[in-house]
Ligand binder design. Structure first.
Ligand SMILES: [Zn+2]
Length: 176
């Protein structure tokens, strides 16, 4: 059982961990919006030189800015936590690119979700399926930038990372 395994790991971790008191305020005054992709776990931050305490990291499926929740978190980071710059970081080979809506629907039905409920939503839009990783970053940056709740003075950068090599490319330089 994964829960037992995690609890055991945690016990060991706490026993051996030397406590350091970090501020909850991000030392690099940076917020990152990125994907929940498993390959980015423990990988994105070192690839960027980001350490514990440096940045706010907001994750979801496909680093999508499709509802108000990402904007809410970015706004909290800016207005309450001292964030001065935002990076939206997509990644190559994202599972949300060309997500198979029929497969998704079949899986939902198989796991007991009421088909009537499924029929109420545009599945592709609801799950946040993306056309391609680069245009998804460009769109997301536009949505954050155009939000009336985000100050114009905050640079919003758009980047894309290769989850295999860690190589990072700038798609939008928020200073320009
Ligand atoms: Zn992804």
């Amino acid at each position: 059982m994964i829960l037992d395994e995690i609890l055991l790991n945690n016990k060991e971790f706490v026993e051996n961990f030397e406590v350091v008191n970090l501020s909850h305020l991000p030392q690099k005054k940076l917020a990152i919006v990125t994907c929940m992709d498993t390959r980015l776990v423990g990988f994105l931050e070192p690839a960027l030189g980001i350490e514990r305490g440096d940045a706010k990291v907001i994750k979801n499926a496909g680093n999508n800015v499709i509802d108000s929740d990402v904007i809410r978190s970015v706004a909290a980071a800016i207005f309450s936590l001292g964030v001065e710059e935002v990076m939206l970081i997509g990644h190559k080979n994202c599972g949300m690119a060309n997500a198979d809506v029929n497969k998704l629907k079949a899986s939902m039905i198989e796991k007991g979700i009421d088909p009537e409920e499924i029929a109420k939503v545009d599945l592709k839009e609801w799950i946040g399926a993306i056309e391609d990783e680069e245009s998804n970053v460009l769109n997301g940056v536009e949505k954050i930038k155009n939000s009336p709740l985000i100050p114009e003075t905050v640079p919003i950068h758009g980047l894309i990372i290769d989850p295999t090599t860690g190589s990072l490319d700038v798609l939008i330089n928020g200073y320009k």
